[in-house]
Design a protein. Structure first.
Length: 490
């Protein structure tokens, strides 16, 4: 019997991911979320919910920084306090909806990368209301793709080895994110005139924050090796306490975005001033129709395949894929994800999407949407308790990402590396994700390589027509700059 990366036997997989009465004689909540049926417990779900929250709580700090630091065409900036409220509210509501409606441990919040596109590419061309209107429009179009069955059909058309490669690539990607966000890996400044793009720390490892990270990483892997229940969450909480003590008694130059110190106040009033500040079609009066189309196309493609990779990767790690390697209840999950994009734009929090950090909760044993009730509840608390819930430094949370990266990486054993027509696209998918810091780029590279190799081997008919179309869109995506120049957009 094969086992998943977390050691759960394949026989524990459930045939259905959607909500509704399940088998068993447990409580109504147990039956609805299928907790016992999936081999989970309330304890695992709660631990998983906490772990997911703490590994993605940084978005409460980072999203306001990214959006709040940018100016729109008219020089206006969004209020940081209002952005914190909008970010927490959208994450709380959509994560709970995903738990109840999709019954998968997939948390949602403002998407990194997408918010940068909004802040630095779209907002300078129009007002903030117009920019957020584009996000709402993008989300609505994604919902249309889901309702027509196209988005789900694309996911089902992907060969199993590529799905496995997506999961492995995401594992390497989030491990890389953990190393970078903790400062263990840093970018070498361009002025160094070196061909090596990254380095260890600042050339060497130094400073108290780095000591906290290294100790947390060692603690996490030891706890995992000993199969301690709650290993990831224990590490996050314990190293946060250590970080607070270090910050109190040692001289620390910088922790990064989050400083681990006891806040001056515990409760902060939320400010809902940004909710509803969007203009659905205002962008058409600011830039050309072609520019709007290209901007929306970029947003849809990135959101579409980031979500696809995350859903497949996290669900595979949880052992919830069905016997055909497909995500059960996929239509509901994708529709909720599309609705999250709409909600994010309507709240001026940028497009919300499914978070790969959900894998941290899966690593703690979460297998159902009940874990989302915990994660969503913590985001709701963050509306009022932001000073308390945002004291976890990345140095304490990053080891969780690296540990989960390892767990997801183990799925590489299922890929047949002797079949080059599958192995090469799988390799490109795995390699391009961390090397370009993008799930979408990795999926695109794998798709294009798969289609081209099949075509030149005379096996073009083996490729699903949706993969042909999707690969063509990715070709446009990769060549978007010269295409814009040819069309005179730039």
């Amino acid at each position: 019997m094969q086992t998943s990366a977390t050691g759960k036997a394949d026989s524990a997989r459930t045939p259905a991911a959607g909500p509704g009465p399940g088998s068993g004689s447990g409580s109504a909540v147990d039956r609805y979320f299928r907790i016992t049926e999936r081999g989970s417990t309330y304890g695992r779900e709660i631990r998983g919910g906490f772990a997911t929250f703490f590994t993605m709580a940084y978005i409460l700090v980072l999203n306001p920084i990214i959006l709040g630091s940018a100016k729109d065409k008219f020089g206006d900036q969004l209020d940081p306090v209002q952005l914190v409220t909008a970010t927490a509210l959208v994450a709380a509501v959509m994560t709970v909806i995903m738990g109840v409606g999709g019954n998968l441990p997939l948390a949602l919040a403002a998407g990194l990368g997408l918010n940068a596109v909004v802040a630095f590419q779209i907002a300078p061309l129009m007002s903030w209301d117009d920019a957020m209107g584009l996000i709402v429009l993008e989300g609505l179009l994604i919902c249309v793709l889901v309702l027509t069955g196209l988005r789900e059909a694309v996911m089902h058309a992907i060969p199993q080895p590529l799905k496995q490669a997506i999961s492995v690539g995401i594992g390497l990607f989030i491990a890389f994110i953990g190393f970078v966000d903790a400062g263990f890996v840093t970018r070498i400044p361009d002025v160094a005139q070196t061909t090596v793009p990254v380095q260890l720390g600042t050339g060497t490892l130094s400073g108290w924050p780095m000591l906290v990270f290294c100790a947390g990483l060692l603690l996490t892997i030891v706890l995992l090796a000993r199969k301690v229940k709650g290993a990831i969450l224990i590490s996050i909480l314990l190293m946060t306490v250590v970080a607070i003590a270090v910050n109190e008694f040692a001289e620390v130059k910088s922790w990064g975005l989050t400083v681990p110190q006891m806040p001056d106040e515990i409760v902060a009033s939320p400010d809902f001033g940004l909710l509803g500040n969007f203009d659905l079609f205002g962008s058409f009066g600011q830039v050309s129709v072609l520019t709007v189309v290209l901007l929306v196309f970029t947003l849809i493609l990135s959101d579409f395949f980031d979500t696809m990779g995350t859903v497949v990767g996290v669900t595979a790690e949880a052992g919830l894929l069905d016997e055909r390697g497909q995500v059960p209840g996929l239509g509901r999950v994708l529709l909720i994800d599309g609705a999250a994009a709409v909600a994010g734009g309507a709240a001026s929090a940028s497009s919300a999407t499914t978070y790969i950090e959900s894998a941290a909760g899966v690593g703690e044993g979460a297998r159902t949407g009940f874990a989302n009730m915990v994660t969503g509840g913590l985001f709701a608390l963050a509306l009022f308790l932001t000073p308390v819930l945002t004291i976890v430094p990345m140095q304490a949370a990053a080891p969780a990402l690296i540990a989960v990266g390892f767990l997801m990486m183990t799925q590489v054993k299922h890929i047949d590396w002797d079949r080059f027509e599958l192995a090469i696209p799988a390799f490109l998918t795995i390699a391009v994700m961390p090397f370009t810091y993008s799930i979408t780029n990795g999926i695109g590279a794998g798709f294009v390589a798969y289609v081209v190799i099949k075509a030149f081997l005379g096996k073009a008919r083996e490729v699903h027509w949706l993969l042909w179309g999707t690969s063509a869109l990715f070709a446009v995506y990769f060549a978007i700059d010269p295409i814009e120049q040819l069309l005179g957009v730039k």
